[in-house]
Design a protein around this ligand. Sequence first.
Ligand code: ADP
Ligand code: MG
Length: 241
Amino acid sequence: MTVALTAEGLHTYYGKSHILHGVSLEAAEGQVTALLGRNGAGKTTTLRSLMGLTPPRDGRVSTFGTDITRWPPFRVASLGVGYVPEGRKIFSNLTVGENLLVPLERPGPWSPESIYRLFPGLAERRLNRGRQLSGGEQEMLAIARALLLNPKLLILDEPSQGLAPLITREVFRIVAKMREQGISVLLVEQNVRMSLEIADHAYVLDDGHIVYSGPARELAADEARVQSLAGASAEEWNPAS
Ligand SMILES: Nc1ncnc2c1ncn2[C@@H]1O[C@H](COP(=O)(O)OP(=O)(O)O)[C@@H](O)[C@H]1O
Ligand SMILES: [Mg+2]
């Protein structure tokens, strides 16, 4: 089994706050790996550590066999690691089409044309500005932007956050499709049940420690554990908007 990404013993701090306490994980090539855990567990910090946005003080990160520990984010991206941050971070004053001109381009099948075929809704909104899009459309645009990098590994931070159930399904369908296309996926989610439906492997992070690692199917069958994870999350939360 080839490994898309390996993290070993990450210790990450914000100033003096010690957030990650030796986090180790692996994302297998061609699989969806879910990283779950309650709010504040350190999921986003883990992704930021992997991407070089908040470099770990201790520990190693490698992707497809290259050691990328403490590399700046643009260099990590240039190896084919696409990152869709929490909260989407699209440019609200640029149009959809302009947002898609921003990313670093790497050769491969994904181009604005193939993106518009995958997301017909975005094609219709091509001339609309980011701020005019619905939450679901913004998420699709954020994913589309990461795809233009033609990533070998796609890292997603809570793509379903704040989306209505139907749109959430659509986002998960896209994630499954990425795997079909041979892209490895590392998925951080609060929607525990849906994540476990599509993931191959799952990790649970709690208070900066990995407390579970195993097949997603196995975790899904542990109803008590799923309950406690899902109950502690915003899974049921849907904004009125
Ligand atoms: N920029 C920051 N400065 C200081 N503390 C932070 C910062 N970002 C997050 N934290 C703290 O780090 C911990 C982990 O946060 P985070 O990684 O965002 O968790 P999650 O994504 O699992 O909800 C939390 O206690 C949070 O308050
Ligand atoms: Mg987070």
